[in-house]
Design a protein around this ligand. Structure first.
Ligand SMILES: *[C@@H]1O[C@H](CO)[C@@H](O)[C@H](O)[C@H]1NC(C)=O
Ligand SMILES: *[C@@H]1O[C@H](CO)[C@@H](O)[C@H](O)[C@H]1NC(C)=O
Ligand SMILES: *[C@@H]1O[C@H](CO)[C@@H](O)[C@H](O)[C@H]1NC(C)=O
Length: 139
């Protein structure tokens, strides 16, 4: 079960997209044609409204090319993958490089919407130095 989870719910290559005031993720992403597939999927899966309802959120945005690798997943599975890319905190590179212990546990929308089991809904973010940031599941 655990290994099955890991193969399905992998993290896609992403850019950090933090927001800390009232926002509309659909109209924000609508400004970038490279994120149009993600934008459509967030609307289809109704994750967009859940993102908008949060005060502080960081979306790990995925461009069209990266998203094409999962476009054949079932919608319910895709929703879980995308929900894992929504973090309930404000994170940018500056904040990550100042983390105590160079590491933090992030709660994701996947955890909050009750789809996750065990530790599946959390991400481990670690500053690897040299400008590299590692994100992974909890070990
Ligand atoms: C967010 O923006 C989209 C596209 O501009 C619009 O269709 C939608 O109604 C907006 N949602 C809210 C809650 O304002
Ligand atoms: C950081 O490390 C210290 C000592 O190793 C530990 O006591 C503390 O709980 C850690 N903090 C976090 C946020 O993991
Ligand atoms: C987070 O990832 C780092 C780097 O891979 C690892 O050293 C650390 O033990 C992980 N923390 C947890 C709680 O899984």
């Amino acid at each position: 079960m655990a290994s099955k989870f890991r193969t399905v719910f992998f993290l896609l290559p992403f850019l950090l997209f933090p927001a800390a005031t009232a926002f509309n993720i659909t109209s924000i992403l609508g400004q970038f044609s490279d994120f149009s597939n993600l934008n459509n999927l967030l609307t289809q899966t109704q994750l967009a409204s859940q993102i908008n309802s949060r005060q502080t959120v960081t979306v790990l945005v995925v461009n069209n090319a990266a998203l094409s690798s999962v476009s054949n997943l079932r919608t319910d599975v895709l929703k879980k993958v995308l929900a894992l890319h929504v973090v309930f905190d404000y994170f940018d590179r500056d904040k990550i490089t100042k983390l105590s212990n160079r590491s933090a546990i992030l709660t994701t929308l996947f955890q909050a919407c009750g789809l996750a089991t065990g530790q599946n809904g959390f991400l481990n973010v670690t500053d690897m130095g040299n400008g590299q940031i590692a994100l992974g599941s909890l070990t």
